[in-house]
Write a protein that binds this ligand. Structure first.
Ligand code: A3P
Length: 277
């Protein structure tokens, strides 16, 4: 963890969730922004169309644990949201989620992304944002990823921890980035069923179009270009949005070491990611 996510710890842990809050939980770089935008459109594009052009997505969907000096903290932003439901995002591992989300039986949308692409995306993100530590070179970064020495901890613990929780908590929709890339419309339908939304086919088609990578990349309200803590000259936030980009980064030796370690770390879970052959 870095201080941007721990400075406000007491307020984060004592955060008062409301029963209709929707928590968007992810390991960083698994598709948080994508699913946040989809949910925001599903809930508010018909009733509050101005919201889409007047307010950046990161203000519409506060980041629970962030605290940047001289800016409103994530908890304060969430407290002052006047929407119903409130959409709130977090990267916290399941064991650190404020207990009121469980007490209030809030719905949770979790998105997981395969480890290799997730690591690559995180590496490029760490290069371009000042709220994360400097990533160093790719080889040592990958080793840190394997060792779980990352802000927000181990990818392996994160994705499996939330997967286990899903089995005891019926209100978790566990989604995969790869499924969203394969068929965004199908995943939007799954979200509608989970949330009990009755959006029309036309509305869902419009949303599907707006959330496609190229359209989101051009959309200043959704592409994070308004966020000062990121330097797009180093790497854009909407970077590639692909499945399998890891092949452009992993050497054969890195891949073999990664796969061997992966098997050991994931041997006790039923969670399966698509194999990337
Ligand atoms: P890449 O770095 O691989 O391009 P997060 O929002 O959790 O930080 O995740 C960011 C990752 O999701 C980035 O991955 C980004 O490009 C990708 N992403 C965001 N919106 C997307 C979309 N509409 N389609 C595909 N990928 C998307």
């Amino acid at each position: 963890m870095v201080h941007y996510f721990t400075d406000n710890w007491e307020k984060i842990q004592n955060f008062k969730a409301r029963p209709d809050d929707i928590l968007i939980a992810t390991y960083p770089k698994a598709g948080t922004t994508w699913v946040s935008y989809i949910l925001d459109l599903l809930y508010f594009s018909q009733t509050q169309p101005d919201r889409q052009t007047s307010t950046p997505l990161n203000d519409r969907v506060p980041f629970l644990e962030i605290t940047i000096p001289n800016q409103s903290s994530g908890t304060d932003q969430a407290d002052s949201l006047d929407t119903c439901p409130r959409l709130i995002k977090t990267h916290l591992p399941v064991q650190l989620i404020p207990k009121s989300f469980w007490e209030q039986k809030c719905r949770v949308v979790y998105v997981a992304r395969n480890a290799k692409d997730n690591a690559v995306s995180y590496f490029h993100f760490d290069r371009m944002t000042c709220v994360q530590p400097e990533p160093g070179d790719w080889n040592s970064y990958l080793q840190r990823f394997i060792d779980g020495k990352m802000v927000f901890g181990s990818w392996y613990d994160h994705v499996t921890g939330w997967w286990e929780k899903k089995h005891s908590h019926p209100k978790i929709q566990y989604m995969f980035f790869e499924d969203m890339v394969e068929d965004t419309g199908r995943e939007i339908n799954k979200l509608c069923s989970f949330l009990g939304l009755t959006s029309t086919t036309k509305e869902k088609d419009q949303i599907n179009n707006l959330v496609q990578f190229d359209n989101m990349k051009k959309n200043e309200m959704a592409n994070y270009s308004t966020v000062k803590a990121m330097d797009f000259k180093i790497s854009p936030f909407m970077r590639k949005g692909k499945v399998g980009d890891w092949r452009n980064h992993f050497t054969v030796a890195q891949n073999e070491q990664f796969d061997e370690d992966y098997k050991k770390k994931m041997k006790n879970t039923t969670l399966q990611f698509r194999t990337l052959v």
